[in-house]
Write a protein that binds this ligand. Sequence first.
Ligand code: THU
Length: 180
Amino acid sequence: MELKKITLRYEEYASLADLSPADRDLINHAIQASEKTYSPYSSFRVGATVRLSCGNIVTGNNQENAAYPSGLCAERVALFYAQSQFPESAVESIAIYASTDDFKMEKPVTPCGACRQVMAEYEFRHQCKARIIMANDNGQVQIVNGIENLLPLAFYLEELKKGSFKKPTEYNRRNITDEI
Ligand code: THU
């Protein structure tokens, strides 16, 4: 037996003011999206913004349902819409913001397991790591570069089929422009 270790890395910021203008802009879009959720059951308002390699920005928010599992998280609403509209474009960044009137959030919101798996799929599809920017209403922000920092040992297509698929560690990070 060999014991192996995995190291996860994330950046932590105490305030939105410490972020680049591009990241702040993405969070501001997520804040706006979080104001339009349909979340009568949890009262948890989540907004997500996807920045694509083509330059487009797509937002989504959580949509709940009386049949609870029929609802969908903000991240997947935004990611599925983005990929349905711009299938050729890689997901460069995704910002997630959450707030609730029920309690004070101690930490930035982190995506659920199913949303992490969807992020892994699109990184794999476009061979491009995504920056995942997680925020809350205290202004705290955590950022990871690449889903492997939130979902180590993820399940990928290469597990299903034999082929010449690149492993996530071989992705080329695309340059994220800071033009905003
Ligand atoms: N939710 C999201 O939309 N994204 C997350 O990252 C965490 C949870 C939603 C799902 C549900 O509508 C509510 O928050 C409570 O789980």
